[in-house]
Design a binder for this molecule. Structure first.
Ligand SMILES: NC(=O)c1ccc[n+]([C@@H]2O[C@H](COP(=O)([O-])OP(=O)(O)OC[C@H]3O[C@@H](n4cnc5c(N)ncnc54)[C@H](OP(=O)(O)O)[C@@H]3O)[C@@H](O)[C@H]2O)c1
Length: 317
């Protein structure tokens, strides 16, 4: 397993990180029990993963707690609280600092630990960013001083904020140690809008949406590309709308679109941990192999850039 330095946290963690949210939620979305989900977590550690991302909202903190039992020292745990209490990007009033601390205490209890390595404000929008900095960040710093949090992070609401409005504002200010960034071969706009500032300020990055649904479900990919052709972000004639990424599958050095999607993210300058969300140990093994595989062939990267380089309006959700 390859490792990476997570920016100024200076933590050295696996390049592949287990994402316990997304559409899969360790298989719990499809009905897996907490015990079954915890077995994906322990399998991940057996396979060399040392970075695990969860959140109160995912309902997977208990599974992570069970999966890391007796092995807490082997893993870097990241969890989150939403500044509004709702899902990423949700409107509404900011929670109080007290409610934030209660959320952290609940996470520690469910995870069965006395501290988390990274605590993130979850799915922050540009509209909420200033209030988060003024009201919630000081409280997180108090919890950090008390030893309950090692590092403080922020995650964007990429499903809605596909142009990175919040992180474009936040990263040059460098108030957070780590940022979770939406990035994939369909929308690589973080290359221009986010990574220059994270690199300049040594901010650690966690990559989400590497695959999501658009790159694991052919029908979602077709719908997504249809929208991009209609908006003009992808030029007419640049792809076959019926099978837009056929050229990836047909390349002798690429096994599948999913493999190409994780490789694409892994070798991006400025990308640190590549999160992979799954409820399947077989998928997890394949995804770890992809994240540890060499950079995509140059002609493939150039072709992806020529087709999708201007895309900013979709997340691949
Ligand atoms: N705003 C936020 O803070 C935010 C938002 C979204 C996500 N996240 C974090 O980022 C993590 C990564 O995002 P994500 O979970 O959407 O991850 P992802 O790795 O981009 O996509 C995961 C999806 O692809 C499928 N998949 C995975 N491997 C596959 C394979 N080899 N073949 C076919 N399908 C495969 C999974 O289903 P299977 O279960 O069938 O494998 C799942 O539906 C999340 O788990 C969460 O921790 C944070």
């Amino acid at each position: 397993m390859q490792t990476v330095r997570l920016g100024r946290t200076k933590a050295v963690v696996s390049a592949a990180g287990l994402g316990c949210g997304g559409h899969s939620r360790l298989g719990m979305t499809r009905g897996a029990s907490t015990e079954e989900a915890s077995r994906v977590v322990s399998a991940a550690i057996d396979l060399g993963i040392t970075f695990i991302d969860t959140a109160r909202l995912y309902g997977t903190e208990e599974a992570v707690g069970l999966g890391v039992k007796g092995r807490r020292g082997e893993v870097f745990i990241s969890t989150k609280a939403s500044p509004t209490g709702g899902g990423p990007g949700r409107d509404g009033e900011l929670i109080t600092p007290q409610a934030l601390t209660e959320s952290l205490e609940g996470s520690l209890r469910r995870l069965g630990t006395d501290h988390v390595d990274l605590f993130n404000l979850h799915g922050v929008t540009l509209a909420h960013y200033d209030a988060c900095v003024e009201t919630l960040l000081p409280e997180l710093k108090r919890q950090q001083a008390a030893g309950k949090i090692r590092h403080i992070g922020i995650t964007e609401a990429f499903g809605a904020d596909t142009r990175h409005a919040m992180l474009s504002r936040a990263m040059p200010e460098a108030r957070f140690d780590v940022a979770m960034v939406g990035f994939n071969l369909l929308n690589a706009s973080a290359r221009r809008r986010v990574f220059p500032a994270t690199q300049a300020n040594d901010i650690g990055t966690l990559i989400m949406f590497a695959v999501r649904r658009a790159l694991s479900h052919p029908d979602v990919l077709r719908d997504t590309v249809e929208k991009l052709l209609a908006s003009g972000e992808v030029a007419a004639g640049a792809v076959d709308p019926a099978d837009p990424l056929k050229f990836l599958r047909e390349h002798p050095e690429i096994a599948s679109e999913v493999e190409a999607a994780y490789r694409f993210c892994r070798h991006e300058p400025g990308a640190h941990v590549i999160l992979t969300g799954t409820g399947s140990v077989e998928h997890l093994k394949a995804n770890i192999a992809a994240i540890n595989a060499p950079i995509l062939p140059r002609e493939v990267s150039l072709r992806l850039e020529a087709i999708f380089g201007a895309v900013e309006s979709v997340s691949g959700n």
